[in-house]
Design a binder for this molecule. Sequence first.
Ligand code: 8GT
Ligand code: MG
Length: 132
Amino acid sequence: MQKPLIRVSAGIIRNEFKQIYLTQRLEGQDFAQSLEFPGGKVGEHELPEEALKRELEEEVGIHVLSAYPYEHFSFEYPNKIIEFYFYLVEEWVGEPFGREGQEGFWVTQSELDAGQFPPANGMLIQRLRSEC
Ligand SMILES: Nc1nc2c([nH]c(=O)n2[C@@H]2O[C@H](COP(=O)(O)OP(=O)(O)OP(=O)(O)O)[C@@H](O)[C@H]2O)c(=O)[nH]1
Ligand SMILES: [Mg+2]
């Protein structure tokens, strides 16, 4: 059977201290307890940027003012292929928090640790660490 292809938008929410807001995936989700960039699935009739804005409102309670495409790539998991749209978000309204009960914290960009994220994030973490 062919693997389903899903599109996912996620935000690299970065403040003026070069810290990035991360959340921890909840029990019952895939990669539970992994860190993630907040975000989620792009709806069928949605643009990736619209999905990003909706997901960041839903998951971390911020209103995104501007978002810049940072990485776009596909990653094959054993059970699905994900097409990722990662955006850099440096302008928003509100203070991010784990609106769905998940933990959230600010991590200095140079201290991101790929081992704490799902496998798809490896290359992205490498790029972020190299750009500090
Ligand atoms: N948000 C997010 N998802 C990621 C990252 N890395 C990564 O492999 N994923 C995977 O991409 C998919 C994102 O879906 P999600 O579970 O966040 O979707 P969602 O918010 O729409 O949730 P729902 O399906 O429970 O409503 C998951 O399979 C997740 O494991 C990441 O950095 N951020
Ligand atoms: Mg999500």
